[in-house]
Every structure is written in structure tokens, then in C-alpha cells.
Design a protein around this ligand. Structure first.
Ligand code: FAD
Length: 433
């Protein structure tokens, strides 16, 4: 008789809500991780740095758990197969896990909850990935917020120390199923190969957070935390980070609230989870979807230095500064009139910190189709953005060293022409709405 603790985007053995609760019930716990082929088979890059990161993290957890005569129980396949395999060996009494708010996750969890319920086991899901989930921050009449500022006000009004308190976890060998002699599969057996992309350190830099509001908008400066990947996979706890943010810098706390906000949007609006525009009318826009232009954007060859710098940073490091993400996303959707979903998919493939909620939110914000987005007629001017945020071209020159040479391409389209064209195409659908 066992309890299964199923890890997904909460890859840590401290301050983990589901693990805390799993350890408080009478059955010994099996720590499970599934290398889910439904997800992995869609990845095109065998050297995917995120898979490498997950793999290394799970390997570390395995080594740690061995001290308690246990380890990670790993399955490579589908979650259902993993639970079927476990059910052959053990009587599953309970499954503990932390909630995940994406469309695939809802479907996956329903399949597993149904399966284990048939076995007579309980399926218990906890909030761990956000401070407040979609059901907690609502307007006074119970409706969801679709505008950030009032949402964040309510979020802050609701915050009590309880919500950012860590779950104390003290592992003991008696609480865990003894998985003697288990080894974990090799990365190659999962179909992946090592990556040489650097992973940002899992370090909460208090000095940086203290100066966040002054530094965060300048891509040449290392002024943001680079913790996105660690929040995405739960290698740091959002509660611990939010507690620090509350002490150190309100602007930084606001960014963490944006993260909750976009997760709440997914929770409340299934059409967004399913890939539609938040404002459905935007799905009538007649995108040009020029494949050659898209290719140039992807490769950082548009002839707009700030756009090209951003795309090259992304392609090389798996990261792009937030200010530049906004510029390149605006450029793709407004200047090139390419469906925001193309850009969303490209970011999903490349960003180390890729997260469906934040990525979709960011893209729809830039395209104008999202909740609380700028109106469609406000179009970023890349030159003015550069003037404001990279005046000395330090960032641009780092990524586009050939800027002043003949090798650098002419602009793919003139800004004024692109602006007029965007206003026309967007206006056709949106004028008078
Ligand atoms: P910091 O500035 O140090 O912020 C700390 C944390 O707050 C971030 O790691 C992130 O978890 C959260 N955060 C910050 N800004 C936002 C925001 N606007 N929305 C939601 N959460 C936020 N963020 C992702 O985590 N994953 C994505 O896939 C993603 N795609 C984006 C796509 C576009 C088009 C845009 C405009 C933004 C996107 N963002 C995404 C939001 C933001 O750009 C990144 O979170 C940030 O740049 C990550 O760098 P950092 O960790 O140094 O963030």
C-alpha cells in the first residue's frame, strides 16, 4: 500500500505543497516522475536544454532521495502507462500532485484521476505553482478580472503571510517506499542528447531585486532575475520568491503578480487555453503570414537592429529580455502582419523559460488581442524603443556586430509603410468596435 507523489512542474524536495501533504498521511510515498512522451515527442531539438535541465534536476533529486533508501521512480512513456505499471506492483491508496493549469494538463490529470479512482485511490491536487489560483482573486461580484491593475490591487489586498509561508518538509526514510538499486534511465535512452546552453543559476540575487525597478528595462544591463526557468519547473518556490519580493521591491512583486494573472486567465477562459484570441474578433484579422518574412524574423535578419538583436539573443541563449520580447512580438504581428501564434510557437520552442500562460499572455498583449492589451492602433516604433532603452546601442552591437557594414540587410519594410498597413488591416476588423 503506497501513496504516489507525482512531480511535474514542482521539481524540488523543499517547500512543496503536495509533498508536504503526502508525507503527512500513513502510507509510504513513492516519488514519481514521468518523462511524458506526449510532450517529449513534440520537441524537435534533440539537444533541448530544458529536457537536459529536467533530467539533471531529477537525477539530483534521485541522489538526494537515495539517502533515505528511496529514489525517484521514473517512467518514460505516458502518465497512464506509468500508473498502470505502478498499480501492477503496488496497491495505490492515494496520489498527491500540484495543480497545473494548461489545457494538456487538465486532460492528462482527468485521465489519471479517473483511472486511480477506479482503483479505489484518492487523487489530491494542491496549489503550489502560483500564490493565488484562478478561483481566489475575483471581483466583488465573483467575476474574473481581465485587467491587470485592479487584479493586482485585489491580489495585494488578499495577501496574508500564510500564502507565502513555506511548507516545512523533513524527509524520513520510514515515510518513503524503499526503492533499492533503482537507477534512472540515461538521457540518450529518452531520445535526447546533451546541450551546451547555459542554464541561469538558481540564485535569488537580493541586490538585483532591490534595484529591479531602475534596471529592468535596459536589455544591455543584467537587471532582471533570470529566474523564469526555475519558476517554470519549480526548482525555486514561488512562495519564497514572493516573500523576498514583498520585502525588497514592489515592482518585482508586480511581475510575479503578472504571472499569477496570466495563469488565472487560462483558468477562467478555456478558449484561451485552446489557442484562440482572448478577444475573439481578432481571429478575423487577415494576416499576411509571409513565410520568407517569418524566416527572416526568426533568424534575426529583418534589418531592424533591435529586433534582430533580440532574435539572435533568443537563438543563441534561450533567453530574451522582456523589453525586447515586446518589441519583436509587436514587430512580427504589426509590421509583418504575421499571426501571433507563429511567434508564440517559435518562442515556445526556443525559450528556456517557456511557459504557456505567460507566453500566450505576452503574445496576445503585443498583438492587441489579449486581455488588458494596448489598443491596436498603438504600434511600437523600433527606432524610438532603441533610443529609449538601448541608447548607446550596447545591446544591439553585442548581437549585431555587423551593424555598420554592408553585410547588414536593409529594413524588410519601412516603418511608416508597415504602420499604415497594420492600421488598415487591423482597422478593417476593429474599426468601430
Ligand atoms: P524578471 O523580470 O526577473 O521577473 C521575475 C519573474 O516574474 C519572471 O521570471 C516571470 O516568472 C515573472 N514575470 C515577469 N514578467 C512577466 C510577465 N509579463 N508575464 C508573466 N510573468 C512575468 N515569461 C515566461 O515566464 N515565459 C514565457 O514563455 C514568456 N513569454 C513571453 C512572450 C512575450 C511576447 C512577452 C512580451 C513576454 C513573455 N514573458 C514570458 C514575460 C517576461 O518577458 C519574462 O517572464 C521575463 O523576461 C523573464 O526574465 P526574468 O526571469 O529575468 O524575469
Amino acid at each position: 500500500e503506497v501513496t504516489v507523489m507525482w512531480f511535474r512542474r514542482d521539481l524540488r524536495l523543499h517547500d512543496n505543497a503536495a509533498l508536504y501533504h503526502a508525507l503527512r498521511q500513513p502510507y509510504p510515498v513513492i516519488p514519481l516522475f514521468v518523462f511524458d512522451t506526449n510532450i517529449l515527442n513534440k520537441l524537435s531539438n534533440q539537444h533541448d536544454a530544458r529536457v537536459n535541465f529536467i533530467y539533471d534536476t531529477i537525477a539530483d533529486m534521485h541522489v538526494h532521495l537515495k539517502k533515505y533508501n528511496s529514489g525517484m521512480y521514473i517512467h518514460h512513456g505516458t502518465p497512464l502507462q506509468a500508473f498502470q505499471q505502478l498499480a501492477e506492483k503496488y496497491t495505490i491508496k492515494n496520489v498527491f500532485t500540484n495543480s497545473d493549469y494548461e489545457q494538456y494538463a487538465y486532460e492528462r490529470d482527468k485521465i489519471i484521476a479517473d483511472y486511480v479512482t477506479q482503483l479505489g485511490a484518492g487523487f489530491h491536487s494542491y496549489k503550489d505553482h502560483v500564490i493565488f489560483d484562478g478561483s481566489e482573486v475575483l471581483k466583488d461580484d465573483g467575476a474574473p478580472y481581465t485587467v491587470f491593475t485592479p487584479y493586482s490591487r485585489k491580489w495585494k489586498a488578499l495577501l496574508r503571510s500564510f500564502y507565502i509561508k513555506s511548507y516545512p518538509i523533513k524527509l524520513q526514510s520510514t515515510q518513503l517506499v524503499h526503492l533499492h538499486n533503482t537507477t534512472i534511465p540515461t538521457l540518450a535512452s529518452l531520445g535526447f542528447l546533451p546541450s551546451n546552453m547555459a542554464i541561469p543559476p538558481q540564485k535569488v540575487d537580493e541586490v538585483l531585486i532591490r534595484h529591479y525597478d531602475a534596471q529592468r528595462n535596459f536589455p544591455a544591463v543584467q537587471g532582471t532575475s533570470r529566474l523564469g526557468l526555475h519558476l517554470r519547473f519549480g526548482t525555486i518556490s514561488i512562495r519564497q520568491l514572493a516573500a523576498k519580493a514583498q520585502q525588497l521591491n514592489d515592482t518585482f512583486l508586480n511581475e510575479l503578480i503578472w504571472r499569477d494573472f496570466y495563469h488565472a486567465i487560462l483558468y477562467h477562459f478555456p478558449h484561451v487555453r485552446a489557442g484562440k484570441s482572448f478577444k475573439l474578433i481578432y481571429d478575423q484579422i487577415e494576416w499576411l503570414n509571409d513565410e520568407t518574412a517569418f524566416e527572416k524574423w526568426c533568424m534575426g535578419k529583418t534589418g531592424y537592429p533591435i529586433v534582430d538583436a533580440g532574435m539572435r539573443e533568443l537563438n543563441t541563449t534561450g533567453f530574451m529580455h522582456n523589453r525586447v520580447r515586446m518589441i519583436v512580438a509587436s514587430f512580427l504581428t504589426k509590421h509583418l502582419l504575421i499571426d501571433w501564434r507563429w511567434g508564440e510557437a517559435y518562442f515556445a520552442e526556443k525559450l528556456l523559460d517557456f511557459d504557456f500562460a505567460a507566453n500566450n499572455g505576452g503574445w496576445q498583449w503585443a498583438a492587441g488581442s489579449g486581455c488588458d492589451a494596448a489598443p491596436y492602433f498603438r504600434i511600437f516604433n523600433p527606432a524610438l524603443q532603441t533610443e529609449k532603452f538601448d541608447k548607446n546601442l550596447q545591446y544591439v552591437r553585442k548581437w549585431v556586430p555587423e551593424l555598420d557594414s554592408f553585410d547588414y540587410p536593409a529594413p524588410i519594410i519601412q516603418h511608416e509603410i508597415a504602420r499604415k498597413r497594420a492600421l488598415e488591416v487591423y482597422g478593417k476588423v476593429l474599426k468601430n468596435k
